[in-house]
Design a protein around this ligand. Structure first.
Ligand code: GUN
Length: 289
């Protein structure tokens, strides 16, 4: 059996088309959606991700403000920049690209972002709302994965889902989103014993390890007809790879995502969607006051 490719580029384009229309609508109401990005230091992968985010904003008509900061910036200096963006009425979304250099704390940094402009869904406020099924702004990669299930009508009701990731950006938000859809969710991580056994029992495996020296999801580890979502991206033997080899895994899976061209484009598309959500929120608040 050969499964169906979940084409992230195609699904991301459908999201972008909707976002583009929403941007035009917001502009007719006098709202010019704008995303501010903060990149600290010179991590080449992060620089590429931020560049791609700017390019995508441009495609759909979202304005951008680009803050490239010195790698040695202090926490106080970074906090001040975030505070200025919180108070800037022209800015609707704020994204601090992660990871940050050692002297900066991720929680301290992301917690400073106004929850109304938190397009990464990383503030305690928005993470808490998600856990309470009241989310407005949800982390982009997890909501992108959910969009992929939706696009292919993959039913989650009662399904056994194994997550191989427990991060704030991926595993934890996905746990809540999947639970809301009545899936039975097991979160695995680096200390999980007998990971293969969990995977073999799963209807859906969502993997985001990102280090082939530590982990590869092989066809032997999944059951026939499973759905495989590969969130990871890393360089291995001079190539960009996920946690699995798509060409092999698709021989056994019913659906699978390639890397690149799978989840990556969805993360960017959902960032655009969150930015227009934040812009709409700001216009609603503007009307109330
Ligand atoms: N680094 C890797 N993925 C992400 C993401 O979705 N948001 C931010 N801010 N940083 C990241």
């Amino acid at each position: 059996m050969t499964g169906v490719k979940i084409d992230g580029k195609e699904i991301a384009q459908s999201v972008k088309d909707r976002v583009k229309k929403a941007v035009e609508e917001l502009k007719t109401q006098g709202v010019n959606p704008c995303l501010a990005t903060i990149l600290v230091g010179e991590n080449p992968a992060s620089a590429t991700y931020v560049r791609n985010k700017h390019k995508a904003c441009e495609e759909v008509g979202i304005a951008t403000k680009d803050h490239k900061l010195d790698a040695n910036i202090t926490q106080n200096q970074l906090n001040e920049i975030i505070e200025n963006l919180n108070n800037d009425n022209e800015v609707h979304g704020i994204l601090v690209q992660l990871p940050l250099p050692e002297q900066l704390d991720e929680f301290t940094t992301t917690s400073r972002i106004s929850p109304l402009k938190d397009v990464d869904g990383l503030t305690p406020h928005n993470a808490g709302l998600l856990a309470m099924k009241k989310a407005v702004l949800v982390a982009c990669t997890p909501s992108g994965v959910m969009e992929m299930f939706d696009y292919h009508n993959i039913d989650l009701n009662g399904k056994n889902v194994v997550l191989i990731n427990r991060s704030n950006l991926v595993g934890k938000p996905l746990y809540h989103l999947l639970l809301e859809k009545n899936a039975t969710v097991i979160t695995c991580h680096s200390r999980t014993k007998n990971l293969s056994e969990f995977c073999q029992n799963a209807d859906i495996v969502i993997t985001a390890v990102g280090d082939r020296n530590k982990f590869t999801l092989t066809p032997e580890m999944i059951k026939e007809g499973a759905v495989v979502i590969d969130v990871a991206i890393s360089r291995f033997n001079e190539k960009l790879v996920g946690d699995s080899d798509y060409d092999q895994i698709i021989q056994k899976a019913s659906f699978a995502t390639p890397v690149p061209g799978g989840v990556g484009p969805m993360t960017v598309a959902m960032l655009l969607k969150n930015t227009i959500t934040a812009a709409s929120l700001s216009s609603q608040i503007g009307r109330q006051s």
